[in-house]
Design a binder for this molecule. Sequence first.
Ligand SMILES: Nc1ncnc2c1ncn2[C@@H]1O[C@H](COP(=O)(O)OP(=O)(O)OP(=O)(O)O)[C@@H](O)[C@H]1O
Ligand SMILES: [Mg+2]
Length: 445
Amino acid sequence: MSEQSFVLERELGWLSALIETSLKLYFNRECQYRDVRDLLPPDLPHSGSAYAQTVRDHVLSFEERAVLALALAPHLRPQALDPFLIRNSALDRVFTEFGGAITGPMQCFWPTLETAAFVLAGTDLERRLELQGLFTPGNFFREQKVLSLEEAQPGQSIFSMTLCLKPEYLARLTTGERYRPNFSDAFPAHRITTQLDWSDLVLPGHVMEEVEEIKAWIEHRHTLLHEWGLGRQIKPGFRSLFYGPPGTGKTLTASLLGKSTGLDVYRVDLSLVVSKYIGETEKNLGKVFDQAERNDWILFFDEADALFGKRTQTSSAHDRYANQEVAYLLQRIEDFPGVVILASNLKGNLDEAFARRFQSMIYFPMPGSDERAQLWNVVFSRQAQLEPTVDLARLSEEFEISGGGIVNVLRSSSLATLRGGRTLIQMEDIRHGIRREFRKDGKTI
Ligand SMILES: Nc1ncnc2c1ncn2[C@@H]1O[C@H](COP(=O)(O)OP(=O)(O)OP(=O)(O)O)[C@@H](O)[C@H]1O
Ligand SMILES: [Mg+2]
């Protein structure tokens, strides 16, 4: 058994004992304890187990630990909560005292704050009210965004709200891994990664400098905002617009910023979101923003043109929706405390109000001949086998082509070589690949 499961096993055992004791005390059955608080929580090993570490790092109180175990139970051991499903024979219904919601295909018991109050406070009104304090601002559950109280219907009392563990905490506490949701209609974002390294990135010096500024911000933001106290004067996030022709390294740069600073990068395709999720954008993107904030992700909005120039006079209901959603998005982007990168091919008709929201606007130009020489070398040195007659320097002088274009040429010329039953790429394979690239853009050479 792994240490993590060992710790969770004992914690859930403790929870079961708490539940059993609270029921015995409530129904005046024979019991060796006079108060649930006499049941001390299990000792935690000095280990790397994420659960043990969380309890230790945040010095969780008896009550906090019990509430956390209670919120974990439906995920790890739903049967631990079965004792709450007994019926009150006098009324022929479940016990109001236990709180909880009975949901799902298995009709499982989901604890509410009432359930926690029953276990930890019994009929003691003062202790019951104290429990509310666990969910006030400044407290562990709220501050660390571990648990939320979710209401099934608006206007319910706080005690009838369900204890909901945030999915990232559930992942961290159970498997010890980072939470990485998959793309779905309800979560319109993909994590992007790259096999390349910072040293593969070829950009003109002044562009590189602007990119390095974002990296520096990620690395020093805590010092800047907290130690230097700039947090009172400046908004916490960093917003940057990457614009320029296709294949010039915008997506690559965003991925590398994440890779080199250890942050996950999530890409949202805005053209898709704005057209497909009409009316649903706020709900779906809201989730992406919330999770990005909790997990310190870099958010990368591709095809950001969908955000520009939409705010015109509108006629149709569809347009009005789109405008409303754009306004929502801009607000969330502006309030986001982490790094947001927007990418677009056009500078378009970016208005001033829009531009003011960015800390930087970086133009990714088509590479000049120096950069092209580096790109040809970087791209073709990776795995390609070249005939000695291949002159990459000459190609870089001759053709104005982007990094993305060169990667496509690598793909097509390698394939042509293999199809020809050869092992070395010839100049003609490359030239042929370049012609095809240019034809795609409607250019001839
Ligand atoms: N400046 C660059 N330095 C190194 N490699 C590059 C550069 N630009 C492009 N590449 C190569 O081309 C590939 C495609 O580039 P990328 O997807 O970053 O372009 P983009 O600017 O996002 O294009 P688009 O506007 O079409 O989305 C990269 O994965 C990389 O291999
Ligand atoms: Mg891109």
